[in-house]
Design a protein around this ligand. Structure first.
Ligand code: FES
Ligand SMILES: [Fe+2]
Length: 399
């Protein structure tokens, strides 16, 4: 079977484009400049549509598989429509449940992560299997009869693929991650082998900014040297992107300054080039995956309910396990601690204040029209994808 993408060829073409861009101080561009208006980031009606037509309709990543490895291991997450628990099943699969007791709605699981054999409700002690089935009703001789098979935990469509757990935040939908990614991005993700890595200390941040402001901020190669003059701006080029559009998701290459030694040469991709570029994937609708020579980073963004002013950002580092790395546990821990430190210094300390401030600004009623430049191609594609989803009326729920 031939893969939908020849990734070596993709990398070589992108590398050559990137070197030509750097040589001419240009970048891949969108056909035209676009309007960028504040209500897109502050309007509660639009936010409600995004909650339902984006997160209630299409698959997005909620965990790396290694965060729920053993039977009964779980994490909880605040998704836009539901607070959920994601748990490893005894058959090796993963299920996601709305984290609400079917008696009177107490929150079943309050920890961020853990391991359990049974969900036991803290209010009246009903219990559920890790498969979501209602197992026991306390004092059931007085409670009254009902069909227990109808009162298991509500399950959300969940699929494990390419090392990640994907969910659609709507029990009435069916999930097909490969179809959503499309054949090219599915092949690229398969080639990465992220399922063989482990997620090192995932970080979750609640931010006072619209999820699209956050996502835009991390698709943006235009701000690097201006917003990060003493950190990322020293190492990375600004405003130079070679991008491949796959319909909803896209792949792109950006440059470290060390790539300059190859400008003017007809180079082909080789593993050495990993050290001079950054390969990234935008995984629609809300994630950015960065490939580094030794590891991957995943940044995900989602709204808090239908609040246009609040989002949750998760950052993950996926790296070889201690055993696979050949490092001592101490050295391994130190290495990734250092990496987290660098990531936080740039994203948390430098990007967050700017992006939080954007949200404050967007809530002004008289901002005037704003612009998205032709050079901001990733954000144009992100908008195209969200706008398409918002324009699509949801299918009727299955009977
Ligand atoms: S609300 Fe859970 S047992 Fe009553
Ligand atoms: Fe930044």
């Amino acid at each position: 079977m031939t893969l939908a993408v020849d990734i070596q060829d993709l990398r070589t073409r992108a590398l050559r484009d990137l070197l030509a861009h750097l040589d001419g101080s240009v970048t891949d561009q969108w056909p035209e400049i676009a309007d960028s208006s504040a209500p897109d980031f502050a309007d509660p009606v639009r936010a409600e549509l995004e909650r339902d037509r984006v997160f209630g309709e299409v698959p997005f990543i909620v965990a790396h598989s290694s965060e729920v490895t053993g039977r009964g291991q779980f994490i909880t997450a605040d998704l836009p429509r539901n607070n959920v628990v994601v748990i490893r099943q005894s058959d090796g699969g993963v299920k996601t449940f709305v984290n609400a007791c079917r008696h009177r709605g107490a929150q079943l699981v309050t920890e961020d992560s853990g391991k359990c054999r049974l969900f036991s409700c803290p209010y009246h002690r009903w219990s559920y299997g890790t498969d979501g089935a209602l197992r026991s009703v306390t004092l059931d001789n007085t409670f009254g009869d009902f069909d227990r098979s109808q009162y298991g935990l509500v399950e959300l469509p969940t699929e494990e693929r390419h090392g990640f757990v994907w969910v659609i935040d709507n029990p009435a939908r069916q999930i097909d991650v490969a179809a959503w990614l499309g054949p090219e991005m599915d092949a690229i993700m398969a080639s990465y082998g992220i399922g063989d890595l482990v997620s090192v200390d995932p970080h979750t941040y609640r931010r006072p900014a619209n999820w699209k402001i956050m996502q835009d901020g991390f698709l943006d190669n235009y701000h690097v040297k201006y917003a990060h003059p003493n950190t990322a701006g020293k190492m990375l080029h600004t405003n130079a992107v070679a991008l491949q559009d796959y319909g909803r998701s896209f792949w792109f290459l950006t440059a470290r300054k060390t790539v300059d030694q190859f400008i003017g040469q007809e180079v082909s991709w080789s593993p050495e080039m990993e050290g001079h570029t950054i390969e990234s994937c935008f995984l629609a609708p809300n994630s950015m995956l960065l490939k580094h020579a030794t590891h991957f980073e995943l940044l995900t963004f989602r709204p808090v309910g239908a609040d246009p002013n609040q989002s949750i950002m998760q950052m993950r580092i996926m790296a070889p396990s201690v055993q696979d790395s050949g490092l001592t546990p101490e050295h391994w821990a130190k290495r990734w601690e250092k990496n987290w430190g660098l990531l936080i210094a740039i994203l948390h300390d430098e990007d967050f204040p700017i992006l939080d401030g954007s949200q404050v600004a967007m809530n002004s009623l008289d901002t005037g029209p704003m612009l998205l430049g032709r050079n901001e191609i990733g954000s144009h594609l992100f908008r195209r994808m969200v706008d398409e989803l918002l324009a699509t009326a949801p299918a009727a729920a299955a009977p």
